[in-house]
Design a binder for this molecule. Sequence first.
Ligand code: SF4
Length: 464
Amino acid sequence: MINFDDDKIKEECGVAGIFSNQEDEEVSRLLYYCLYALQHRGQESAGIATNKGGKISKWKENGLVSDIFRGDEILDSLKGNIGIGHVRYSTCGDGDIRNAQPLMVNYKTSQIALAHNGNLVNAKALRDMLEDSGVVFQTDIDTEVIVNLFARSLKDGLVNAIKRVVEIIKGAYAVVITTEDKLVGIRDPHGLRPLCLGKTKTSYVLASESCALDAIGAELVRDIEPGEIVVIDKDGVKSFQQNNWVKRKSCIFELIYFARPDSVIDERSVYLSRHNAGIILAKENPVEGDVVIGVPDSGIPAAIGYAKESGIPYGMGLIKNKYIGRTFIQPNQKLREEGVRIKLNALKENIEDKRVIIIDDSIVRGTTSKRLVEMLREAGAKEVHFRVSSPPVAHTCHFGIDTPYRQHLIGATHSVEEIRKMIGADTLGFISVNGLVESVGGEDKYCKACFDGDYPMEVPIMYD
Ligand code: SF4
């Protein structure tokens, strides 16, 4: 039976790791600030594991980073100059605290902790295989499959163990690991999930997004390349390449929606990518209007780009209550619709008697868009023209982004004109797939399967 409550788009996860050259430096506070900066990537649970001489201290709970690490006591209890952290939104496994990360495993006389962002497409087969060989799983998450495979191969040495694991697992992953004296980062061969390397005077830092580096004053050194393994210790950074070379296919949705606009991913500014998308959207879908507004937060850069290209003034039209999570995390459709009303309010002064062009980053089910149009009309808009800086979402993601079943994706089941009628806008226009690719530099190096169904690898059959 399909669980409809599970059937909503969600963010993914965020990871961070720090290795300090100074053995007496405690990295827990720096990790805390990194996770704080990555909070938008997952608000369900968070955790930090630090390593002092092979002994792991860890703390993880359900909730927001600021609520979990409530005071100095918790952070002071996390000892060590090497550590990793994780913020989670469950794309596999439920929201039980058992499934929070990092996960820990004992190896000989020391302990190892691992955190992971992404989804494995062969997790079930690997889990079955491990269970057949006697492994008893404590969690429902793919990460435990990776931890177990890793622990089994460690007898061959760290790098060989990692190489062995990445030969077996398939899917999207950015992994950070702390061993007794090393910090390890691994990015999947397609580079679907992001991971970057930064540096402070005393430390190396790994993070899902560069905004986490900025948060602790670290300088961005570079992105971890697709298929790259980095091993960081007191001798510096060593890089290894996985053998399974495939074409780079980074997730384009990071640039459209997931990442923070002040992040740089694979050398592209998230803000500028969204701004470019707005410019191209205006070229592809022009319309007469009095004001261009954006849906906060991720629709704003595209709205500014649309206004610039069209010559129509940009205005603040929707005010966001900053203390409410994204509408996507509401548990059912009714609450989701109500959530929009709580989360956003129209600024009447910029809407009344105006032909409003509203820019959003995506339309998934259409319920939010319908409510936004109603809200603008209630605030006195003369006309509402809806523009979207990504193409219609028409396919399910299998790589760590929780999209609804296809039958609930409005872009999979309805034409643009049908969607326009359903959301009640005067006109509706989406950026084209080519326009979107142009907005991120024009190269064919992105996964855009949720728009065109062209998955970069074989994915499980979905009965949708
Ligand atoms: S299918 Fe969409 S959301 Fe999933 S990795 Fe590809 S571009 Fe990203």
